[in-house]
Design a protein around this ligand. Structure first.
Ligand code: G
Ligand code: G
Ligand code: MN
Ligand code: NA
Length: 252
């Protein structure tokens, strides 16, 4: 409860901010875009990881206003980059199931696009796999509505939840995101098996595959050879402040 009060205050005091991590085409190194990642630095300089405070924000309902702010901020950042002439395909924004369940969510997305001037195809919403598989009917409807706006949808942390394949086949999804755990697994005796299975599944479903947590040349090499389209990770770049994006883009 104390942490929750701090979180509310942090939001008011603008202690919450976004970092942006590049996503690239693994075959030609082209920068595709960025994933927006929320950060919280407390007054005494401590970093609280989103895996700690997002559940809190979800529980209290703060995620609604916080999520709306994230969405708008990310859209405005992307629009600025495009206006400066950078050729990027998309900005990826994480969305909580709580936001997704809001009947007004589509309107919120529409407004963020409208107010920022960002064309819908530049926006990708990342939805965690576990989320997608609960309350199937409602989820399908919400997704269909969002797709009519012209935005893109990615399933985050893919492979860690329990997706029904017949269900996945029906969903209007543009991208599967291989969970970092399966990229790390490339270094172990288990090797790239799961990553490869997901990549093959993606091909069958005719959706793009992106890997997260690429930390070594080996990861990149193995993923690219198996046909994984895109990736992000510390090898390419750590999440960065908005002010660092331009210099990074110029130096890549
Ligand atoms: O950046 P980091 O690895 O610390 O993120 C940890 C988790 O927090 C990730 O799974 C990511 O999806 C989630 N996360 C980061 N930013 C946001 C956000 O703006 N909204 C939601 N709902 N989740 C986020
Ligand atoms: O679950 P989600 O994909 O939304 O979150 C991505 C998280 O993974 C971010 O918090 C980001 O900081 C983190 N991340 C990104 N690249 C790497 C990486 O190469 N290694 C590790 N350990 N974490 C990463
Ligand atoms: Mn994500
Ligand atoms: Na993930």
């Amino acid at each position: 409860a104390v942490l929750m009060q701090h979180l509310h205050k942090a939001f008011d005091a603008e202690r919450l901010y976004l970092m942006y991590q590049p996503q690239i085409d693994l075959s030609n190194r082209r920068i595709i875009g960025f994933e927006a990642l929320l950060r919280w630095r407390t007054d005494d300089g401590q970093m609280i990881p989103p895996t700690d405070f997002i559940p809190l924000a979800e529980h209290s309902g703060l995620i609604i206003s916080l999520g709306a702010w994230v969405l708008r901020t990310a859209c405005f950042t992307m629009m600025q980059l495009l206006e400066k002439g950078f050729e990027l395909d998309r900005i990826a924004v994480n969305v909580s199931v709580i936001q997704f369940r809001q009947p007004e969510f589509i309107k919120l997305v529409e407004r963020a696009l409208h107010d920022s001037g960002l064309a819908p195809h530049y926006l990708e919403l990342e939805i965690t796999e576990s989320v997608t598989m609960n309350g199937a009917g409602m989820f399908e409807e919400a997704l269909a509505g969002l797709k009519t706006l012209g935005i893109q949808i990615a399933i985050d942390d893919f492979g860690t939840g329990f997706s029904s394949l017949s269900y996945l086949d029906k969903l209007p999804v543009d991208r599967l995101k291989i969970d970092r755990a399966f990229v790390t697994q490339i270094d172990t005796s288990a090797g790239p098996r799961i990553a490869e299975l997901i990549t093959q599944l993606g091909k069958k479903l005719n959706v793009k595959i992106i890997a997260e947590g690429i930390e070594t040349e080996l990861h990149w090499d193995v993923l690219q050879k198996m046909g994984c389209d895109e990736g992000q990770g510390f090898l390419i770049a750590r999440p960065m402040l908005e002010s660092a994006i331009e210099p990074w883009l110029r130096s890549w």
